[in-house]
Design a protein around this ligand. Structure first.
Ligand SMILES: C[S@@+](CC[C@H](N)C(=O)[O-])C[C@H]1O[C@@H](n2cnc3c(N)ncnc32)[C@H](O)[C@@H]1O
Length: 296
């Protein structure tokens, strides 16, 4: 473990942390060192700039030393801190939840464009909700909506519920353990669907590629959140079929997918009768999410 002596000045600790994190596999040691220092000491960027020689107390020094050792061993910064921000909201993380990614904000943008305001209280469904980040971001920006998140992982749902409570959204969000939309499809066998928006960021990495991903992903994100089967497209047919049944006619299904899966996902959605309605690129310019509507 890297030792930071109590009483070390902030700027000196920052330099030591940056040096310890300058190892292969860590893309931005300076940024990571800064985030960990500020969290360990509870000091913000302004305080750090105003008094860079301020001494670090014993508790913060021990915490920073332990965190730097974990980061140097490959653990992602936000897993160490136990939370990640997504669309300006804070989401607690556990080993059972995917770490929300900025790329997924493209899906939220596209979904908000599909869910046009009207007088009714709208119903959203998030399939594979994980930390609840997509559903809760949508609800926080749609005061007229109620939402359900499903996941096969019970432990992820515990975290999603806690996130809903922490964000003051628990009275508009429910979470259930399910295999995608199975309970809802069973409840509406005649196809009289009632959801005004369905969103999903399913696992979409081909099974054989998972071991070759960056260790920050393969070693720390839950396998269930990554593994999309042989071709990475495994979950999409069930999700699209269910959407055709349980979406209100005219309403949209919005799906995230991998950088090279645009045509395949569109083909799966159109093969069940959904109609392409738009797409959105992520921060890196990659087409990351597509929307499809159930015909009226
Ligand atoms: C890529 S993660 C997305 C998590 C979260 N929505 C996000 O965007 O950060 C996929 C999620 O789907 C869940 N999942 C995998 N297979 C599932 C299934 N058969 N039914 C429901 N959820 C499933 C995983 O547990 C995981 O939480």
């Amino acid at each position: 473990m890297m030792a930071i002596a109590p009483g070390t000045g902030m700027a000196q600790a920052l330099r030591a942390a940056r040096a310890a994190l300058s190892v292969p596999g860590i893309e931005d040691p300076a940024l990571d060192a800064r985030i960990l220092l500020m969290e360990a000491t509870g000091c913000d960027a302004t305080a750090l700039a105003r008094d860079p020689q301020a001494p670090i107390d014993a508790v913060a020094a021990a915490r920073l030393g332990a965190w730097i050792a974990r980061r140097a061993a490959g653990e992602p910064v936000w897993r160490i801190l136990g939370y990640r921000e997504f669309r300006g909201l804070r989401f607690a993380l556990t080993p059972d939840t995917l770490e929300p990614r900025p790329d997924t904000e493209a899906l939220v943008e596209l979904a908000l464009r599909q869910a046009t305001p009207d007088a009714r209280k709208k119903r959203f469904l998030d399939l594979g909700t994980g930390s609840g980040c997509i559903l809760l971001a949508l609800l926080s920006e749609s005061p007229d909506a109620f939402g359900v998140g499903s996941d096969c992982a019970h432990a992820a749902l515990v975290t999603a519920r806690a996130n809903a409570r922490a964000l003051g959204l628990a009275d508009r969000a429910a979470f259930i353990q399910a295999d995608w939309a199975a309970p809802f499809a069973l409840a509406t066998p005649d196809g009289g669907g009632g959801f005004d928006l369905i969103v999903s960021n399913p696992p979409y990495i081909p099974s054989a590629e998972i071991a070759g991903l960056a260790r920050e992903v393969s070693g720390f994100d839950p396998h269930k959140a990554l593994d999309g089967g042989d071709d990475g497209l495994g979950p999409y047919p069930s999700i699209c079929r269910a959407a055709m049944q349980i979406l209100r006619p005219g309403a949209a299904l919005v799906l995230e997918h991998g950088h090279d899966q645009e045509r395949a996902v569109r083909g799966i959605a159109e093969s069940v009768g959904l109609v392409f309605a738009g797409s959105e690129r992520d921060l890196g310019g990659v087409l990351r999410a597509q929307a499809f509507t159930r015909p009226v």
